[in-house]
Every structure is written in C-alpha cells, then in structure tokens.
Design a protein around this ligand. Structure first.
Ligand code: GLR
Ligand code: MG
Length: 440
C-alpha cells in the first residue's frame, strides 16, 4: 500500500491537559521530487527522491505539518504511529512519544531508513516520532500565535547559516537530458559547481561529499576549493569510505585546510584512532546517530562534532536534548541533511535558530531540488548570504500547497520508486559496481 493514508474521526483524550486541541486525524502522503545524479560512496541518487508529508488535523481548526523519509517500510511504521496518535493532545509531546513507542513495540520489520545504508544505527522509534513532534509543534505555534523557534526557547539568531553541499555528479541521469548543473567529476568541476552555488546562494561554508573517487583526487578537490575560496570553511565527508590509515594520511594532508573531517572511517573505534593521530576536528552523522552512541563516543574520544538531524534524533525536542548533551561534554554541533522539501527546511531553521551551541553552518540539499518543485507555498523560506531568515509567522511559518502535494504524490506513484536505493540504481548503470566500506 503506497497511497495516501488517513486516520480520522476519533477523539479518545477525554481532556487535553491544556484544553487546546485534540488530534482528530492524520494524513500521510508519500511524494517524489526530481533529484540529480549525485554520487556518493554507496552509489548514485535516483531521478526522484522520496519524502512523506504528515498532516495532523485537529478539532481546533488548525493542521500541523511534518516531513520525513518516504521509504515503504518507514511509511508502514508511520501509519502505525498515525493510528496511535489519533485522539491525542498535540501539546503533550511526551504522550505522543509514548504512543509512538507502544505502536512500534510489535513491529519487527527491517529497513526503511531512507538513507541508503549510510546511517544505519539510528533509532526506529525516534525516526518515526520525528514528523509527529514537528507537526505537533506546528499546531502549538499556530494556536498560540508563536513561531516554533519561540516554543523551543527563543531564537538566538535571526537567520540560520547553511553550507553549500557539493557533490560529484554526472551531467544527467542516463537516458535523460543533462540537468542545469552539468557534470562535476574532478577538481575543476567541483570548483565550478561551488562557484555557481556560492554566487546563487551566498554560502559562507562548503562541504564536499566524498567517498566517490580515489582519496588523493578528493583531497586535490579540497585544495582546489581552498585556492578558489581562501576564506570559506571547508569540510569533506567520505561517508566512512577510508581505512584508518588512509584517513590519517589524507587527514594530515588536509590539516590546516579543513574546518572538520566528517566520517572518514567506519565506527567509533576507527574514528577514535584517526582522531588521536590527526590534528583536525572529526565530525559524524554515522558513528553517533542515536542517544545510545553518545557514551562510547565520548569515553572513546571518537569525535569532536556531532551532526544533529531532527529526522532521526526524534524531532525538535529530542534534538534539543542532544544539544544539551553536546554542550555538557564539550562536543561541537552541526546539522546533517538528506534530500528534502520545505517543511523540513523550516523545521531545521527553527531548531537551529533556537540552539545556542549550534556552532557550524548546517548542511542542506536544498540547491539540488528544482526551484519550482515543493509542497509548501513559495515565499516563506529564502537564502540570503547563505542563510535562511527564521520564519516569524505562527508555527513553522510555511503553508502547504495542496495542488503541489497532489502533483508530487502522483509523481511518486508514477516513479515506481518505493525505497531509496543508490546502490541498486548504480548497479543498473554499472552492473559490476561493488559496495565496500571502507573502500580505500
Ligand atoms: O552527511 C551525510 O552523510 C549525508 O548527507 C548523507 C546523504 O545521504 C548524502 O550522502 C547523499 O545525499 O548522498
Ligand atoms: Mg555525513
């Protein structure tokens, strides 16, 4: 079952503690949007990226919005959770969390990460809770007349800086026309892509998705970026494609050039070893992806910076807990992204604005999305000098475009894609393609 899912008509919270509202129904709509052939260490992005749009309807006349992964197994879990939260109080996020946990207790299905094998150990319960937490906060803000940033404790910055997220890529998907970005397969291509992205968005930091070519070729791309952009902080993220030895060698080559080295090698033990032997901060969204990972990472001295991501850390409230832990243990905080639409961007901006110790420009895949394709009405979210102004309107401050939602849902049905599968797509193009971690 992959079409729109709806619950409706029940009210089982006899009294909302705050007397504000009851969730009377949930609509979950899978959507697909165009995605260029972005290369990474597990393969290549398919022509469409998937998302699920979650709407929480209430008896108070407002609807809350959430956005999450659109993989089939995740959709099935979202539906279980939707049944469980129907009737609940959107002001009681602890109750929503308990309901989601109870609904998933009997679930034994595997897969559905939506991250093509790159983030494997995150908590299923937190991934499923996330869009419900975001939508509940959107409802709260709309009913109280406050932006979500205010509900999270207040914005400490008016605009949230993002990094330009560079990818090696083909000129276009095989069999389809070239896209507007063209190919980027060497240092010159990456520098040209960066120049174009910086000119269009004003980004003040750059991240290169690595793990695609020989490590020295990728280090050369970073050096070419440094020559072209002497003042911009630079990062590279090979998604654990390098051995400990390769990470040390390339890390030493890039000392003094990178602001951080992200997930060079797999596992907390490997990262700790690299960190001891390279004078660079190490960042991760692979070896610390759930609360369980924090104690061994901290005691093992594995990382300096954790990339938060409310989509797998359990929503905005749980991400604030992560920020508190990071502060306590002296870890830096940055933000991870996957291909996403406007509800996710709005949620990321509110969270980042209300997180004082978010020390780095956040990741976003936003430039890779077609400018005319989204499920929110245009206007609320815009980049200036590489940053997005925090929406001041109540809730998330974005409005759903029902026609666009319907169009992208039909695109989802027509695409035939039900799982993100970068490796499977790569193998259809290059049949002998091997998956390896570490690769070099
Ligand atoms: O920082 C990261 O690891 C990512 O952004 C993971 C993503 O899945 C990225 O590799 C991608 O979109 O191919
Ligand atoms: Mg990463």
């Amino acid at each position: 079952m992959s079409t729109v899912f709806e619950t409706q008509g029940r009210r089982d919270n006899s009294a909302s503690p705050l007397g504000q509202a009851s969730i009377t129904g949930v609509t979950i709509t899978p959507v697909a949007f165009a995605d260029p052939p972005l290369l990474n260490t597990v393969g290549v992005h398919e022509p469409y990226a998937l998302r699920a749009i979650v709407q929480l309807h209430t008896d108070a006349g407002v609807t809350g919005l959430g956005e999450t992964y659109g993989d089939a197994a995740h959709l099935a879990r979202l539906r279980m959770a939707a049944n469980a939260v129907t009737g609940a109080d959107p002001f009681n996020i602890n109750d929503l969390r308990a309901r989601v946990a109870r609904a998933l207790a009997a679930d034994s299905t595997q897969g559905g990460h939506g991250m093509s094998g790159m983030v494997t150990g995150s908590s299923t319960a937190d991934r499923v809770l996330s869009p419900f937490d975001v939508a509940a906060l959107d409802i709260q803000g709309k009913l109280l007349g406050l932006p979500v940033s205010a509900l999270l404790g207040g914005a400490v910055r008016d605009a949230v800086p993002f990094s330009g997220y560079l990818f090696y890529k083909w000129a276009g998907h095989p069999g389809l026309a070239d896209d507007e970005w063209g190919a980027a397969l060497d240092p010159e291509g990456i520098v040209a892509q960066a120049r174009r992205m910086v000119d269009a968005y004003g980004f003040t930091a750059l991240k290169l998705k690595g793990g695609v070519f020989e490590p020295d070729a990728e280090a050369a791309a970073i050096e070419a970026l440094r020559a072209e952009f002497p003042d911009l902080p630079l990062r590279i993220d090979p998604n654990a494609a390098w051995t400990v030895e390769t990470s040390i060698r390339i890390g030493r080559r890039l000392e003094g050039i990178l602001e951080y080295l992200e997930d060079p090698t797999p596992g907390i033990g490997g990262m700790a070893e690299v960190r001891r032997r390279v004078r660079l901060p190490l960042a991760t969204n692979m070896c610390v992806v759930s609360f369980n990972d924090l104690p061994p990472a901290v005691t093992g001295g594995a990382v300096d910076v954790v990339l938060s991501d409310h989509h797998f850390w359990g929503g905005l409230r749980r991400s604030q807990t992560l920020a508190g832990i990071a502060e306590t243990f002296g870890l830096g905080l940055s933000m991870h992204s996957n291909s996403h639409l406007g509800i996710s961007l709005a949620a990321m901006v509110h969270l980042a604005s209300a997180t004082p110790n978010l020390d780095y420009a956040c990741d976003t895949h936003w430039p890779w999305k077609r400018a005319d394709e989204d499920i929110v009405l245009p206007g609320a979210l815009a980049f200036r000098n590489g940053a997005v102004t925090v929406p001041a309107a109540p809730g998330l401050g974005v409005e759903l475009d029902p026609e666009a939602l319907d169009r992208l849902h039909r695109q989802y049905l027509a695409s035939g894609i039900t799982e993100r599968d970068d490796t499977g797509y790569m193998r259809r193009i290059q049949p002998g393609y091997e998956l390896k971690s570490p690769r070099w």
